[in-house]
Design a protein around this ligand. Structure first.
Ligand code: PGA
Length: 257
């Protein structure tokens, strides 16, 4: 990915229910965004739809495929898992790792660090999700986010940093009304803190890692969050399935100078 390029990730989670609906959303995204924007759009469908969507967006420079998870097992022996080599073979260029809904289901930092290691080793960019559960006056959330980044990127060297994106997603702001997303001011502070953390770990190379925001972003609040938070991009959940809104959102961000 070109340095400085804006990134918008669509996290479809377990939606939609059918292949036809998934193909329809992907076709609309391709027609409206394909060669019309410079922003890098990453569509992360449920893995069962990856192959169909791959055929639709094949050849599109600014729309890429992402997965929502990858196995930490490089030894090819875990039932029900999908390995990074298989994703790579299906033109998957990105993978979300450590989303809060997976951390909740006992995905530890150790497992997350292994997933990132195998993804990067097989040529896939890892979108590492970090974020505090809640905020309190003591400011422990800074410590929490720093700890996640340190542990989750512990198997990554400076050499591989070009394949890392950090998505800051405060858990308390996910799945809410768009008026309850994080304030651009607070996001800006956290953005600086994450940059500093990456710098402490990797030296000046750390500043090349794009930092995204996710949590109740809609087409209405996207610009304010993107500009005020000074982030490199956004990770969108529910709004990415309302395809007309998502298209507007991407175009809006794309138009920002
Ligand atoms: P949301 O989800 O945009 O629906 O809040 C974001 C996410 O969980 O990644």
């Amino acid at each position: 990915m070109k340095k400085g390029k804006k990134i918008i990730v669509a996290n479809w989670k377990m939606n939609p229910s059918t292949t036809e609906e998934a193909k329809d959303i992907a076709r609309k995204a391709k027609n409206e965004l394909g060669d019309k924007v410079k922003t890098q759009v990453v569509i992360c469908p449920p893995s069962i739809f990856i192959n169909d969507i791959r055929k639709i967006i094949s050849g599109e420079k600014n729309i890429s495929l992402g997965a929502q998870d990858v196995s930490s097992d490089d030894g090819k022996s875990t039932t029900g898992e999908i390995g990074s080599e298989m994703l790579y073979d299906h033109d998957v260029k990105y993978v979300i790792v450590g989303h809060s809904s997976r951390r909740e289901n006992l995905e530890t930092d150790e497992i997350i660090s292994e997933k990132i290691k195998t993804a990067v080793k097989n040529g896939i960019t890892a979108i590492l999700c970090v974020g505090e559960i809640e905020r309190n006056e003591q400011g422990n959330f800074y410590h929490e986010v720093r700890g996640q980044i340190q542990k989750d990127l512990s198997k990554i060297t400076k050499k591989n940093l070009g394949k890392i994106i950090v998505a800051y997603e405060p858990i308390w702001a996910i799945g809410k009304k768009d008026t309850e997303a994080m304030s651009p001011h607070d996001l800006h502070e956290m953005n600086i803190f994450i940059k500093k953390t990456l710098n402490d770990i990797f030296g000046k190379d750390g500043s090349s890692v794009p930092i995204l925001y996710g949590g109740s972003v809609s087409k209405r609040n996207a610009r304010e969050i993107f500009v005020g938070g000074e982030v490199s991009g956004l990770l969108i959940g529910r709004e990415s399935l309302k395809i007309e809104n998502f298209i507007d959102l991407v175009k809006e961000i794309d138009s920002i100078k």
